[in-house]
Design a protein around this ligand. Structure first.
Ligand code: ATP
Ligand code: MG
Length: 431
């Protein structure tokens, strides 16, 4: 029978690669919590309506990328393609926005039916955050500075910040009309995708990756020249804080982002080390989204990063993560040792809290047992034979080089701590 494989574009994380994920997740979690963001975990499935109403009907995501299905009751459900809409929904459902300015972060899988390739998957993972109720540019700056700090904490270099300001929806509507006039005048240069967008979502033409369209796009009228005074002031406030903090950025007039709900500030962090999938993080302000989803008029801003792309970039920059190694590998010798091995292991765990101890759960010769101990990567083997069990001792042997010796289980804690801090060499000197 043929073996069943995972769904195309949906990948397993196996124990050998899990530490890379854990490092990124742990680093991001610690940093976000330290800035006052609390974790929120919405379900992976939502009513389809939620995404249609927030992301926008004529966006790529809603038009062609969602995993939508009817459940057994005939209700249309969707595997979340992103998490902002879910966070807003949850915040409203639990009245977390009333007279408060909460900050949330999340992580988890997202689903989009895209063409799988390096850096682009059908199940991928995001870490993101959202902050509500703060209309000024300070929170925009805080989020951007937090991200710059996160890249440093992850050991990442060569990530550039691009910024733009989308203005209000009224200003965007005005600009849209000008853009359509301009694109109509150059209609013969547009590709099929852009012609479709010209009718449905003309701003997205600016986002086109088609190299042939680039000269045309370069010369389009600029959105930033059409925004109102208040938005311009907001943007100037943001760039002033970034300037003061010494953070470099580039104003990219073509940055429009793929989701409809953005207003004012939008940003992306990009790298040239990941080929075509070079955007590692995107975000922006969405002052209209909460009310669009039926809540009180509440400003919001957030970002989301692609965990796979972050890990791939860390690889490209040779940022290794140490694989976790157990402290000790427990081997039983002789018949009596076998039955007593698990109670002994529990006693060791009681005596040395936090010890990472792997028990050799298979039979075989002493030689094969030690081979397995070596392969485990543990710093020491703990050996229990009949004599040790009777004495309440255990033999300890540094893996690699070093002599075996017996110690009391009570003394194990200090011995292991010494080995951890000084290496196994000193073991020869202990009695
Ligand atoms: P792209 O232009 O690359 O399609 P996007 O604008 O659709 O990205 P967002 O919706 O802003 O992406 O998602 C935020 C981040 O999530 C992206 O910057 C990227 O790092 C990551 N991401 C988005 N789609 C995928 C995917 N299919 N596979 C892996 N990562 C993804
Ligand atoms: Mg996309």
């Amino acid at each position: 029978m043929s073996k069943i494989q995972s769904v195309r574009g949906m990948n397993d994380v196996v124990p050998a690669t899990a530490p890379k994920w854990q490092f990124v997740e742990d680093t991001a979690r610690a940093l976000l919590e330290s800035y006052g963001y609390g974790e929120i975990r919405p379900p992976v499935v939502e009513k389809t309506q939620l995404f249609a109403r927030s992301i926008g009907d004529v966006t790529d995501i809603v038009e062609k990328e969602m995993y939508t299905f009817d459940d057994r009751n005939g209700e249309s459900l969707t595997l979340r393609p992103e998490c902002t809409a879910s966070v807003v929904r949850a915040a409203l459902q639990h009245t977390l926005l009333r007279n408060q300015t909460p900050r949330f972060w999340y992580t988890g899988p997202m689903f989009r039916y895209e063409k799988p390739q390096k850096g682009r998957y059908r199940q991928f993972h995001q870490i993101g955050a959202e902050a509500f109720g703060m209309p000024g540019p300070h929170i925009d700056a805080e989020i951007i500075l937090l991200l710059a700090r996160l890249w440093r904490a992850l050991g990442l270099k060569n990530i550039e910040l691009e910024l733009n300001c989308l203005g209000t929806s009224a200003a965007r509507a005005q600009y849209r009309a000008r853009l359509v006039d301009y694109m109509q005048a150059h209609r013969e240069q547009l590709d099929e995708d852009s012609l479709r967008r010209l009718a449905s979502n003309p701003l997205r033409i600016l986002d086109s990756k088609n190299p042939q369209l680039q000269p045309l796009i370069e010369n389009t009228p600029r959105l930033l020249d059409h925004i109102d005074g208040e938005c311009a002031e907001h943007f100037a406030g943001l760039t002033a804080i970034l300037d003061q903090a010494g953070l470099a950025y580039r104003v990219n007039h073509r940055l429009v982002r793929g989701l409809d709900y953005y207003s004012r500030t939008v940003f992306e962090w990009t790298t040239d080390q990941l080929g075509a999938q070079g955007t590692v993080c995107g975000g922006g302000r969405y002052d209209g989204l909460v009310s669009q989803l039926g809540g009180p008029d509440t400003p919001g801003i957030g970002f989301s990063m692609g965990v796979e792309r972050i890990i791939e970039l860390r690889e490209a920059q040779n940022q290794a993560v140490e694989e976790p190694r157990p402290d000790a590998y427990l081997v039983g010798i002789g018949d009596a040792a076998d039955w007593a091995l698990y109670p002994l292991a529990e006693r060791i765990r009681d005596t040395v809290p936090g010890i990472s101890l792997v028990v050799d759960a298979q039979g075989g010769s002493v030689k094969t047992k030690f081979k397995r101990a070596d392969r485990s990567g543990a710093s020491v083997a703990l050996i229990a034979g009949e004599r040790e069990l009777a004495d309440g001792t255990v033999a300890i042997k540094p893996l690699g080089e070093g002599k075996q010796q017996s110690i009391n289980i009570e003394a194990l804690k200090t011995t292991l701590e010494r080995i951890k801090s000084q290496g196994s060499g000193h073991l020869d000197n202990t009695s």
